[in-house]
Design a protein around this ligand. Structure first.
Ligand SMILES: Cc1cc2nc3c(=O)[nH]c(=O)nc-3n(C[C@H](O)[C@H](O)[C@H](O)COP(=O)(O)O)c2cc1C
Length: 227
């Protein structure tokens, strides 16, 4: 097990997107407590615009089986819920996005030319990278960018609190590509839309993908002090 974080800084520093999990189950009461604590996250006007569905056990297994069918080559694609990135992502964001992808595939030993192997790896997203528990975070369609930023604050709080429990996570926007499958399975009303999923469990310390320490831009690329 990876050491649990005992300070906020340790939680921030030890959080990373884990993309290979051990099968050990995550006790539901821990997740309930983490979510209750995370709901102390601030939100503009205290709207608390997040909705969360937790999938584990037999429900998670049924959902993963459904997704296997949805990923079949002859399955109809769905209209994505939103653009995960702006079209024609400009510099420097484009380089950052491709940089982290290349670093990940280098650790996995999958070269750029091997598109089928890269696609197969990406499909692990839809099995939550083997995590024993998953969340789906959704929001009312009438909510705008300020409320979406509230979702981000809530979800980061969840991920940090998980570190305090020795647990790991990976936020997953890839679920925006299957909004109908997710919404129907979870019985969401029409006005609800997906933001992202989250795989949760204990990291597999042996898996090379979990050695990825994503880069960060130097401070002076995005920070200005005015004094
Ligand atoms: C909202 C959100 C959605 C994400 N979606 C995915 C995803 O679908 N699949 C994936 O492998 N990683 C996903 N990530 C992980 C990012 O790629 C990752 O946070 C980034 O590369 C920085 O790496 P780190 O989380 O390890 O620090 C997502 C992260 C966030 C915050």
């Amino acid at each position: 097990m990876t050491a649990a974080a005992s300070t906020v800084r340790e939680a921030v520093q030890s959080r990373l997107s884990v993309r290979a999990f051990l099968p050990d189950p995550v006790p539901p009461d821990i997740i309930r407590q983490v979510l209750e604590d995370a709901a102390r996250a601030p939100s503009g006007g205290n709207l608390q615009p997040w909705h969360v569905d937790v999938l584990a056990g037999g429900t998670l297994a049924r959902f993963k089986a459904l997704m296997q069918a949805r990923l079949a080559p002859d399955a109809e694609p769905e209209a994505p819920a939103y653009d995960v990135y702006p079209p024609h992502l400009p510099s420097p964001w484009r380089e950052r996005r491709f940089g982290v992808g290349e670093d990940m595939y280098a650790l996995l030993g999958i070269p750029r030319e091997d598109k089928p192997a890269r696609r197969r790896w990406f499909a692990n997203n839809f099995a939550f990278f083997g995590a024993p528990l998953a969340l789906m975070c959704s929001v009312d369609r009438r909510m705008g960018p300020p409320q979406w930023s509230d979702l981000g604050m809530f979800l980061q709080t969840v991920m940090l609190l998980l570190r305090e429990r020795g647990l790991d996570s990976c936020a997953q926007e890839c679920w925006a590509f299957y909004p109908q499958t997710v919404g129907r399975f979870l019985g969401w009303p029409d006005e609800r839309m997906i933001f992202c999923g989250m795989a949760i469990g204990r990291r597999d310390p042996e898996h090379p993908v979990n050695r990825l320490r994503s880069e960060r831009a130097p401070l002076d690329e995005w920070l200005r002090f005015h004094d």
